[in-house]
Design a protein around this ligand. Structure first.
Ligand code: SF4
Length: 696
């Protein structure tokens, strides 16, 4: 078997790797080799990437559809015809009784561009439902909303990832890339070796923070105050780029007025970050021409996440960074296709090409490509958590089709999500393993996975990449595109429903043409030849856009927009009953809900169970020893995990990674308070209390 160049199945860095081995048959040995020719990883992989081939042969791989006769009956193997008949008959029955919105669709940020596109189209014209959203809403939606507000468009990093290594400074707020995407650190190491400064904002002294030149360790939920405080210092120290403000932005005076009140000593009281550290951070950021302000989930997964990100964007704009080569504001997307997954119509409020679904021109364009009347396209639906919360309620959907997601583990207030899923009349899940969500389904459709099919992914740079098929899928499974095609056919949907990724991509190009995320000039051949193409790319002879905004921002007047934002704190603060902040996040050897990585033996060995990280002084006060069982309770539930003591975390804060199911599930505790713009839940801060238990 010759090596097949492709990309890692996991995170948004989309590291290049080749898959090879002695057999092209399912179950044959496969060898992973990192690729040197992919700039994102340059020959590096993390533990997850090195072991990615093991996902193809996990023992509980689904190879037959499953169905249960009634809600209390067990899931039993069935034929594809039986499974499809049941899905179609339930859709028809429930939509006949309650209307099109009786059926919801839930997608995922790991789906290829082709699947994300086809899923959105399936919802809108095969089911005619407005009720579609996806798990990316839980990922970077606050950064997307804030970038849209400031720049008129959102596109991950503002340039090729290799630009980072040549920058003067990078401020990274709320990202632990040394664990979530380790090869990313190569670019930050390049930066430091060349004399640049790395500043990390994180309540924990993470692996990334330990490598930083400066670590700002704020109280969870206070990042907005910190960013406003940094901007206050930039103003008072005369570090603003006045020419840039005048020529390329609008609205700064209102922001200046707001940040005037963020005196350094006041910000230190709110955030706990010492004034000299703030002063040093802003001086480092402003000392050169090329600096970056980057945010990740720690600054985004908040009930005021859009404003929090906006505060960091305001800082970047005031220093004149966005729209300059080799500098700017960027968001580090998390899921494998976190960028592309949000561009092609899985979001409740969007059509392909990153178009708004309530824009008449966008509706007319996409409807013409799909061969339907624009008036027949549904309007915006519910956002992910609102959709999950509405399942089985009198006004909510009665059935759901779910692809590539595991909300039983990844959604906030997970026990309530379980209740809503169980209240449905019908749940169908397409997945390649029996995830915790799949186990609650009435029908499970076994799917092909990453190396068994082809398609495109858009990485965190905005670079569109080819994921190639390396092995044949096992007998008995189908690709998501095949499943959607057969369902569309049985539902007598208008339009064409190809099972071939290349053909779906051709239609996606057409549907995205003229939109903010314009893929019309991108072809599989170009991606192959050029090693990826950056969107927007409006013509085949267009070079793509590695660095958007160099001449103008995507706003009506071409200027970036400042928005004044005020610190208001987290939706839930600590009190005598729940006196400690909880923040959640990720560890190196696991990925997202763990549905994949909890099945890979070396990753399980490296990270076998959830834990709560707490400061030794807090542990002593509570009588909790290293390795002891701890019951962590919030107003929404309780989780039992093992204690891990470390002075790398603040004394008022504990941390639990969210990758596990069962009684250690972090999302039993989290607060689903939603950001008013992005509808992002507040995963990153809630109030808890801790008690020792005898056995974890
Ligand atoms: Fe895969 Fe991300 Fe690890 Fe790269 S950093 S090998 S893309 S999980």
């Amino acid at each position: 078997m010759t090596d097949t160049p492709t990309h890692c199945p996991y995170c948004a860095l989309q590291c290049g790797m080749s898959l090879g081995g002695d057999a092209a048959e399912p179950g044959g040995p496969l060898r992973v080799t990192p690729r040197e020719d992919v700039p994102a990883n340059r020959g590096g992989l993390c533990q997850k990437g090195w072991t990615a081939a093991e996902m193809l042969t996990v023992p509980d791989r689904l190879t037959s559809p499953l169905m249960r006769a009634s809600r209390d009956a067990p899931l039993e193997p069935c034929t594809w015809d039986q499974a499809v008949d049941r899905v179609v008959s339930e859709i028809t029955r429930l939509q006949g009784a309650y209307g099109p919105d009786a059926v919801a669709v839930f997608g995922g940020g790991g789906l290829t561009n082709e699947k994300a596109y086809q899923l959105g189209k399936f919802a809108r014209i095969a089911l005619r439902t407005s009720q579609i959203d996806y798990n990316g809403r839980f990922c970077m939606s606050s950064a997307a909303a804030a970038s849209g507000r400031a720049f008129g468009m959102d596109r991950g990093l503002p340039g090729p990832i290799t630009d980072l290594g040549r920058a003067d400074a990078v401020l990274l707020a709320g990202g632990n890339v040394a664990e979530t995407m380790p090869p990313f650190m190569r670019h930050l190491t390049d930066l430091q070796r060349a004399g640049g400064a790395l500043i990390v904002v994180d309540p924990r002294r993470t692996t990334t923070a330990r490598q930083a030149d400066l670590h700002l360790q704020p109280t969870p939920g206070t990042d907005l105050a910190l960013a406003n405080g940094l901007l206050h210092l930039a103003v008072s120290e005369g570090l603003l780029d006045e020419d840039y403000l005048a020529e390329r932005t609008g609205g700064f005076e209102a922001v200046r007025t707001v940040v005037n009140a963020y005196w350094p000593d006041r910000v230190e009281r709110i955030t706990g970050v010492p004034v000299p550290h703030m002063r040093e951070a802003v001086r480092l950021l402003a000392r050169g021409e090329r600096s970056y302000v980057l945010t990740a989930r720690g600054a985004e997964q908040h009930a005021r996440g859009t404003d929090m990100v906006t505060a960091f964007i305001n800082l970047a704009l005031a220093l004149g960074l966005p729209g300059r080569p080799g500098s700017g504001y960027g968001c580090l997307t998390g899921q494998g296709n976190g960028q592309g997954g949000r561009e092609h119509g899985q979001k409740a409020d969007q059509l392909p090409g990153y178009r708004r679904i309530d824009d008449p021109a966008a509706r007319a364009h996409v409807a013409a490509v799909w061969g339907v009347d624009p008036a027949d396209l549904p309007g915006p639906g519910r956002s992910a958590y609102e959709l999950l919360s509405a399942l089985g309620t009198p006004d909510g959907p009665k059935a759901m089709l779910l692809f590539g997601s595991n909300p039983v583990v990844s959604a906030p207030r997970a026990s309530a999500v379980e209740e809503r899923l169980d209240a449905l009349d019908f749940l169908a899940v397409a997945d390649f393993v029996p995830s915790e969500t799949a186990r609650r389904a009435d029908v499970v459709l076994p799917t092909a996975q990453w190396a068994e099919e082809s398609g495109t992914m858009t990485n965190l740079e905005g670079r569109v990449l080819r994921r190639r098929q390396a092995v044949r899928p096992p007998a008995g499974v189908r690709t998501d595109l095949q499943i959607l095609a057969v369902l569309a056919d049985r539902l007598q949907a208008p339009g064409t429903w190809s099972e071939e990724p290349a053909e779906v991509f051709e239609e996606l190009r057409e549907a995205s043409a003229g939109g903010p995320a314009d893929y019309s000039g991108i072809t599989y051949e170009r991606i192959e030849k050029e090693g990826g193409v950056f969107w927007p790319c409006p013509a085949e002879d267009h070079p793509g856009t590695p660095r958007p905004f160099l001449d103008r921002f995507a706003t009506p007047d071409g200027r970036a927009r400042f928005t004044p934002v005020e610190h208001r704190g987290a939706a839930e603060d600590v009190d005598p009953d729940y006196p400690v902040y909880l923040t959640t996040g990720r560890v190196l050897a696991q990925y997202q809900s763990g549905a994949q990585t909890r099945r890979v033996r070396p990753l399980v060995d490296a990270a076998p169970e959830p834990f709560v990280e707490l400061h030794p002084d807090l542990a002593e006060r509570l009588g909790i020893a290293e390795g002891a069982g701890v019951r962590v309770a919030s107003r929404r539930g309780a989780a039992t995990v093992r204690a891990r003591l470390t002075d790398a975390i603040r004394q008022d804060t504990v941390f639990i990674p969210f990758h596990w199911a069962g009684e250690g599930r972090a999302n039993l505790l989290t607060n689903p308070a939603l950001d008013p713009m992005s509808r992002m839940p507040e995963f990153k801060v809630c109030a808890v209390r801790l008690e020792p238990v005898l056995t974890p």
